[in-house]
Structures are given as C-alpha cells and as structure tokens.
Ligand binder design. Structure first.
Ligand code: GLN
Length: 485
C-alpha cells in the first residue's frame, strides 16, 4: 500500500491519539519507534496535520471526547480544516482532549487520559514502556502528544485559558495561541466564546508561521473573526537578522507564585540570560491584577459554557438515552436523564457553576464582578506594552503608577512539569484549576502567546516559558520566539 494511504488508514481511527492507546504495534506499523527515523512518507511539502477533537471534520467523527457526542459525524469541515485542505495539507487524524476542552490534565476524556509521551525521542522501546505515566496536559493533550511523537508536523488545538500552552510545556513542544479573532472559530464546538481561540502546536516556529499563513484570513461565517480592513492594519513582520537586538522584554513579578516549582525558576533564569546576551533589554514590570485572573476566568468561562452546552440535551443534539418504560416525566426530565448520563463530572461541575453565576441572585456578585476583573487584567497589559492596543482607542488611565513599557512579556508557562497521572485527582478541581494560573491572564485579554520548550527540569521532564505580546503582534511574537528557539 502507498505509505501515505497506509498512514491515513491507521490514523483514521481516532483512538490512535489517546496516547494511552498508542501501542508499539501501531507505531511500528507506521515504521516509527522512539529515536527511529521519520518514516512517514508524504510528498514533500505536504503538511501532516492532526486536529483536536472539538474541531469539526467531515472525514472523522468529532466527539469532543464526550460520551454526549460519541456518534457525531459532522457533515461539514470547520473553516480551519477547509483552509488546510485547500492548501494541500493532509489531515492525519483527530486528537484526544479534555471533554469539551474543560480541563488541564487531559484526564476528563471519554476516551481515557492522554499519557505524556516524553521521552519519546531518545528512549528505547523498553524504557518507554516502563516510563512513569505523567499527564500530557490539557485540554489539547492529544495534539501536544501527537506533535511530540512526530505523528504529525502540526496539530491544531484550542486555547480558552491555556489549553495549548500548558500541554505544549508538559510535552516539550511549541504551542501558540493567536490574538483573539485572528483565526476563524466557525465549526469549532464552543466552550466559552469570548475566550476560545484555535491555535497551533508544532516542534518549531517555522511550521507554526507556515500554518498561520494558511489560517489567518477573514471568515464571514464567524462574526468575531477579524475583518480584512483590520487585518491590513496589523503590524507587519519586519524580518531582521537579529530579532532580539534592542527588544524590551518584561518579566511580570506576579508570575512567580508560591506554587511555582524551583527548577522552573532556574530554567527561566537561563532563558533570561540568553535573551540578555542576544541584545534584549530585560525589565521587571508589574501586572497587579494578575491574582484575580484565575477566579474571573473560571466564572466567565463556566457561565459561557453553561449556555453553550445547553443545546446538548439528547433531543435536539447529542446522545439520546431511551428512558425506562415506567418513565412518566416531562421533557425537562428527559433532558436531565440524557445530560446526567452523557456529560462527565468536570463538564457537570462547570455547568452548575456557570448556571449559578448567571442566576439573578448571584449575577452581580459573580458574573459582573468577574467582568470587571477582566477589564482590570486587560488594563494591566495595555499599561505595560509599548504598542497601543488596536482594539481600544486610548491607553488605559486607570492607574496613576507609571512603569516602563515593553514589547513582550516572558514568564514560566506552568507552575510545574507534567504532574504524574495518579496525582491528578479528578475530584480535586481546585488543584487542577491552579495549573492555569499563568496562562489565563493572556486569554482574558485576548492576547497572542506562545509556550516554548526550554529543556528539562531536575526531574527530567520538559519545561516551557511563554512569550506574550500586545493584541495583533502575532507575527513579531513568532519571530522573536523563533530567535529564542
Ligand atoms: N484548563 C482550563 C479550563 O479547564 C483551560 C481550558 C482551555 O483552554 N480549553 O478551563
């Protein structure tokens, strides 16, 4: 069989990317083993792309890793998928994720957890089998694992509060979340519309930029997608031989919480030294509203999720469970039956939290308050960036404190390396929410951010640092990230 066909035949089983189910037998049937040569033979120039399972594809089921959508076969492709196909990319399969994108460890999945494939590249077959089982991060854990295992050149993920950057850091790959609105979300199953972004994971920034060229176009089907007029005003990439020379990088002091693991701090320092040596100016800045970002994020995202997921009632959309013969309930009871059976525990928690935040009694104290905090977080960013925010007319004047301005911010991507899977307790939501503490502020402000691998920590597992830019500076961000690579 033609190798490309064989590749497609194997990966069209979406379960391949639950890396818990990736077996050596499958990998060897693809002529691929750790440290082995890349035997994925695709015609030169064809980009092999894996797609997160909450992005609709007409050639593969789209389950959102949920029992609720276990039999959903969309009759259409999401715009991002159509654009990739039109550009000649080969869609090699769908990747496992947390159910509807909700989670940080890729443990909340109907398909089972994604096991972090590290140290896939250098390990012997035996060593790889015996390795400690750690989380690949979530919610785009399957996408990060697929890239780390070289099962694809590029994987699409979604990032609502860190779901691309966190798994990228845990798996030792690059994960880029664009400015909100740069890439179409049409055909992407919504989690929290005001935060959701489709982003790109790969092993280098060249591949990310190449994919961004294909995806960063206006889509009339997505009202939040940037118009051509606005795109024309975005800062252009000025390629320079030394992109780091003279650049001002800010280190936000609030991004070193007590939960931060010490080996991250030392890796982070190395990156800062490297940047300084290459001519970057390093400045310490303050984003004082950062401590409120996590709570604001969980209230807003859950409120939006409770509304978005209301459509999955098993009658209009989603899995239907035939009630017992003795069932005498009304339609609402039927919905409850379907939703209780087919949503997992984390999705149910978010729906309950979000519905509560939107009730008349709680709205002012939770939802409105969270929106006010979101504004403070945005104002912080606008105050420290040299570039003005194109979406907002004036520079924020909320704080009288004047501090130095910077081109980009740099901070650790996560508070720790990938946690062992047995330590990620499903019931301990608060602990897992803390994993997002460093990624949610950029999401609340809709800013572009990229997590870059910076080697392994003392425990031998990958660590990442994140670069964040002002809204719309994506090209420059990728160029600077490429120079740090
Ligand atoms: N971990 C965060 C959450 O559970 C972020 C998820 C995401 O970005 N999709 O909400």
């Amino acid at each position: 069989m033609n190798p490309t066909k064989r590749l497609l035949a194997v990966v069209s089983k979406p379960r391949l990317y639950d890396s818990s189910h990736v077996s050596w037998e499958i990998l060897e049937s693809l002529d691929r083993g750790p440290g082995g040569a890349n035997a994925f033979v695709t015609p030169i120039g064809i980009l092999r792309v894996a797609i997160k399972d909450n992005i609709c594809t007409k050639d593969f089921p789209t389950t959102c890793s949920s029992s609720m959508l276990q039999r959903f076969n969309p009759p259409y492709d999401a715009t991002v998928v159509s654009l990739l196909k039109r550009a000649g990319a080969s869609i090699v399969g769908k990747t496992n994720c947390d159910e509807f994108g909700m989670g940080s460890a890729n443990k909340f999945s109907h398909h089972g957890p994604v096991i972090n494939p590290h140290p896939f590249q250098d390990a012997s077959k035996e060593a790889w089998r015996l390795r400690e089982q750690r989380s690949a991060g979530g919610s785009s854990g399957g996408s990060a694992a697929a890239v780390a295992m070289d099962l694809c050149d590029v994987a699409l993920g979604t990032d609502t509060g860190g779901s691309i950057r966190l798994p990228a850091a845990y798996c030792g790959v690059m994960g880029y979340k664009p400015s909100y609105g740069l890439i179409s979300r049409w055909g992407v199953v919504a989690f929290a519309d005001s935060l959701d972004c489709v982003g790109i994971l790969a092993r280098d920034t060249r591949r990310i930029s190449q994919t961004l060229d294909i995806l960063a176009v206006h889509d009339p089907k997505d009202p939040t997608c940037l118009t051509d007029d606005l795109r024309a005003k975005l800062p252009r990439e000025e390629s320079t031989a030394q992109p780091l020379q003279g650049i001002r990088i800010g280190i936000p002091q609030e991004y070193f919480p007590v939960e931060l693991d010490s080996s991250i701090t030392s890796r982070f320092r190395n990156t800062v030294r490297l940047l300084a040596k290459s001519g970057a100016e390093i400045l310490f800045v303050s984003l004082p509203s950062t401590p409120y970002a996590l709570s604001a994020y969980y209230v807003i995202s859950s409120a939006e999720a409770s509304s978005n997921l209301a459509r999955f009632d098993g009658v209009q959309f989603g899995e239907y469970t035939k009630p017992e013969k003795s069932f005498r309930g009304i339609i609402g009871d039927l919905y409850a039956l379907n939703r209780s059976k087919h949503f997992g525990p984390e999705v149910k928690r978010r729906i309950l939290l979000g519905t509560y935040a939107l009730t008349a009694a709680a709205f002012d104290n939770y939802y409105l308050r969270a929106q006010q905090l979101r504004k403070l977080v945005r104002d912080d960013f606008d105050r420290v960036f040299t570039n003005l925010n194109m979406l907002r007319e004036n520079k924020s004047t909320t704080s009288p404190v004047s501090s130095p301005t910077v081109d980009f911010l740099l901070h650790p991507s996560a508070i720790q390396s990938a946690p062992p899977l047995h330590e990620t307790n499903e019931e301990d939501s608060l602990n897992s929410y803390v994993q997002d503490i460093l990624t949610v502020p950029a999401s609340l402000a809709g800013l572009p951010a990229i997590s870059l691998p910076v080697g392994n920590g003392q425990d031998g597992w990958p660590l990442g640092v994140s670069l964040v830019g002002q809204w719309g500076t994506d090209r420059r961000l990728l160029e600077v990230a490429g120079a740090i690579e």
